[in-house]
Design a protein around this ligand. Structure first.
Ligand SMILES: Nc1ncnc2c1ncn2[C@@H]1O[C@H](COP(=O)(O)OP(=O)(O)OP(=O)(O)O)[C@@H](O)[C@H]1O
Ligand SMILES: [Zn+2]
Length: 741
């Protein structure tokens, strides 16, 4: 455990607490700033400052907040004194600094920018106020025999709540009694109550269902003695969440903090409610991208101080300081949203494993469709393998039908069998899901005469028809324009939407089944986090017959009444140039299919395809996740792709493709000096033009991590110099372990 577990001092506000540094400075400190330069800067400090202290300094013409990362004995530069030491918070903890140092090194990203990615925005600047902590009260021994006077109904309600477990003086308490604060203090003074720490409060757990034998075995199989990494490989609906809850309860009971990472779209209020119901008195914080800066900083500080015992969050939450970390869970570990696609391109799952190792705590990666990286780690003996092979409820896995559409006339994209499946579902009063991974009305608008296709003027992409908004829209750069009345190229007024998106399928379903209650779920309809709450409620209340939507519907939802799934247009994933496309498509379809038949009704899934004999579909039909993964692993090994090798992708973009290519060719020459590292390319990116810029890439790969990283370190020190002759038109970025090529 780390010394930063001490409570933080809570002082008034910055101006009063920032040390005045006008006194003669003499110590030299190294400061990292949020600037795109891979170096630290020396300043004069009024006294020795430990690493992790935030300071205010003059940086060129600007005043910037920086973080002290070290001291220097001497400096060749003419040094300026710091403007202020921001010491209203203790120094950032050592293990947190170690995590950010590791991330900066591993992803070859400037330390300063890494630190400031990991730090909540509100702490990048001096906070305007410090945070009040609600005290937590529990009945004392004397209080167990006491009771407020019988006339005081609200007091009795407050007391009844205290009998159930510890209570924080927060909104819940004030809702029970407007003067909760005064009463709780009086009862404390009278000895009926005692003040308890958040760690003590966290130990109350509501009962869950009796575990299945399989779940029990997995729960008991986790070792709490130091670091271990476990892949929890459990089929859809096998009750992985229940297993996480049991492990979290154990970590909390041992007085430790637990961190749960989930994909962005999974952090719904329902999931939050499920955790809060199980751990009603556990101070819990949720960190997701919809959180306002202030709220994020509050949650972050609560975790740092050990007040928050359970942290649930999306990828950025991996950087939450947790002085008493005892368990990390990464749910749906295969999910692409754990990898950040810009700036610091980190993978939260991989950082979670590193972090658990550093903290000497277990980390669990759970999925019904584990990533090949994790499967390979199990085979190499680095991860333990825990399996759940049966659904937790009485349900069996759904039956999967492959619908061969090669010689079929489709009606609005659906085959006769798919229409029939939906009609039968309606007649039986069951809920159905239609999955099509494309939003909008149609992926492109076309001229039937001259062959014109709606294209984005800025990207190598089609403009998608959004009928409801009456416009054409680029899903890559955001460009949109009005739907033309006639072909812009030949004047023909007969323009036709080609293919289907969610909007068009929804309209077709409404025409075919006017009596059905239908909801569309995609990024256009469910943009806010709480929009899920209403859909969730409607499905559970039996108020919806058909859900139509994108992959948003695939992830983690547990709707017992959902028995039928129809998947349209999946084949696209088979044509992709990206070697990971098959892995992703298989995971997506397995996850979507896994939404069916989780309750009392048996599940049925229909998948339309032009390739019913493709091994991917055959494995899907047989639920052969392990066999499919093994086949892909062997293919990857023989073709020399990850996880058999390690990759890094250097991307460059410029107004002209030649500029980007010339820069990468130059880099390639230097890369060629590193014998163990293979450089492939440069080549135009698979999407060669984005937002008006031409993109190219150089792929570097090696059979072992060490030589790749040695080469990257050497290259990174030169990249700015090699880029300079190309001027500001050229931009580059390095992506270590790229997930998308
Ligand atoms: N021991 C149990 N007894 C009864 N029901 C259970 C038990 N464990 C889990 N369940 C129920 O089984 C259903 C599926 O559980 P859960 O959502 O945890 O599955 P999962 O493995 O996370 O699934 P997925 O990967 O498909 O999202 C839920 O409705 C859950 O309440
Ligand atoms: Zn565009």
């Amino acid at each position: 455990m780390n010394s930063s577990a001490k409570p933080l001092p809570h002082k008034a506000s910055l101006p009063a607490s920032a040390t005045d540094v006008s006194a003669t400075p003499r110590v030299i400190v190294q400061v990292a700033f949020d600037v795109p330069l891979d170096r630290v800067f020396d300043y004069l400090a009024p006294r020795p400052l430990p690493a992790g202290v935030r300071v205010l300094a003059q940086f060129g013409p600007r005043k910037l907040v920086g973080v002290v990362v070290g001291q220097a004995a001497a400096s060749p530069h003419q040094l300026r004194p710091l403007l202020a030491v921001l010491d209203e918070l203790p120094p950032l903890p050592d293990d947190w600094l170690a995590l950010t140092r590791f991330a900066a090194r591993y992803y070859h990203y400037p330390l300063g920018q890494t630190l400031f990615t990991a730090l909540p925005t509100a702490l990048r600047n001096p906070p305007r106020r410090t945070l009040a902590l609600p005290p937590v009260y529990a009945l004392s021994e004397a209080g167990a025999a006491w009771q407020p006077p019988a006339r005081a109904a609200r007091q009795l309600a407050l007391w009844a709540r205290l009998r159930q477990g510890p209570l924080a003086l927060d909104d819940e308490a004030r809702a029970l009694h407007p003067q909760a604060g005064k009463l709780l203090r009086e009862w404390l003074a009278a000895g009926w109550l005692a003040q308890v720490t958040p760690a003590q409060a966290a130990m109350t757990v509501s009962p869950g269902p009796a575990l299945t034998d399989e779940q029990r075995e997995v729960v008991d199989g986790l070792s709490w003695a130091g670091f271990s990494a476990t892949l929890l490989d459990g089929i859809t609906g096998s009750g992985k969440t229940e297993v996480y809850l049991q492990w979290i309860a154990q970590a909390l009971a041992a007085g430790r903090q637990a961190l749960v990472l989930v994909p962005e779209i999974n952090l719904t209020p329902q999931l939050e409610a499920r955790f809060r119901a199980r751990f009603p008195h556990t101070p819990t914080v949720c960190l997701h991208s919809n959180l306002a800066d202030g709220a994020r900083a509050q949650a972050w500080l609560a975790a740092w101080e050990g007040r928050a015992r359970l942290v649930i969050g999306t990828r950025l939450a991996v950087f939450t300081p947790l002085p008493e970390l005892g368990l990390i869970v990464v749910d749906e570990e295969h999910d692409g949203s754990f990898k950040q696609q810009d700036g610091l391109r980190y993978h939260a799952r991989d950082l979670a494993v590193w972090r658990a190792q550093q903290a000497g705590a277990p980390v669990v990666l759970g999925s019904a469709t584990p990533s090949l990286e994790s499967v390979a780690a199990v085979q190499a003996g680095r991860y333990r393998h825990a399996r759940l092979t049966r659904r937790a409820s009485a349900a069996a896995l759904p039956q999967i039908h492959l619908l061969d559409i090669r010689r079929q006339l489709l009606d609005e994209g659906l085959s006769a069998a798919a229409w029939q499946a939906l009609a039968d579902g309606l007649a039986a009063g069951e809920t159905s899901l239609v999955f099509i991974n494309r939003r909008g009305w149609a992926p492109v608008l076309a001229c039937v005469d001259c062959g014109w296709l709606s294209s984005c003027p800025h990207c190598a992409a089609r403009l998608v028809l959004h009928w409801h908004d009456r416009r054409l829209q680029c899903h890559h750069c955001g460009h949109h324009e009005a739907i033309p009345h006639a072909c812009p190229s030949c004047g023909n007024p007969d323009l036709k939407p080609l293919g289907q998106g969610t909007q068009r399928i929804e309209a077709a379903l409404r025409r075919q089944f006017p009596q059905a209650r239908i909801a569309r779920i995609d990024r256009d309809t469910v943009s806010r986090r709480d929009a899920w709450a209403e859909i969730d409620r409607q499905v559970r209340a039996g108020e919806l017959d058909i859900l139509v939507g994108t992959q948003m519907l695939a992830k983690g939802h547990d709707f017992p009444s959902l028995s039928r799934v129809v998947a349209l247009n999946a084949d696209g994933g088979l044509y992709s140039a990206d070697f990971r496309a098959e892995e992703r498509l298989f995971a997506l379809l397995t996850q979507v299919a896994g939404r069916a038949g989780r309750g009392a009704l048996p599940g049925q899934v229909w998948v339309q395809t032009q390739f019913p004999d493709h091994p991917l579909y055959l494995a899907l039909r047989e639920h052969d996740v392990a066999g499919f993964a093994q086949r892909l692993l062997e293919e990857r090994a023989s073709a020399g792709y990850p996880p058999a090798v390690f990759q890094a992708l250097l991307r460059a973009d410029a107004p002209e493709l030649d500029t980007a290519m010339a820069f990468l060719r130059e880099v390639r020459q230097y890369a060629a000096c590193h014998g163990d590292v293979l450089s492939l390319g440069p080549a135009p990116a698979s999407m060669a033009r984005l937002a008006g810029r031409e993109r190219a890439q150089l792929l570097l790969q090696a059979e072992r991590r060490a030589p790749l990283h040695a080469a990257l370190s050497a290259l990174c020190s030169g990249l700015d110099d090699w880029a300079r002759p190309f001027g500001s038109a050229l931009r580059w970025s390095l992506d270590v372990d790229p997930q998308e090529l």
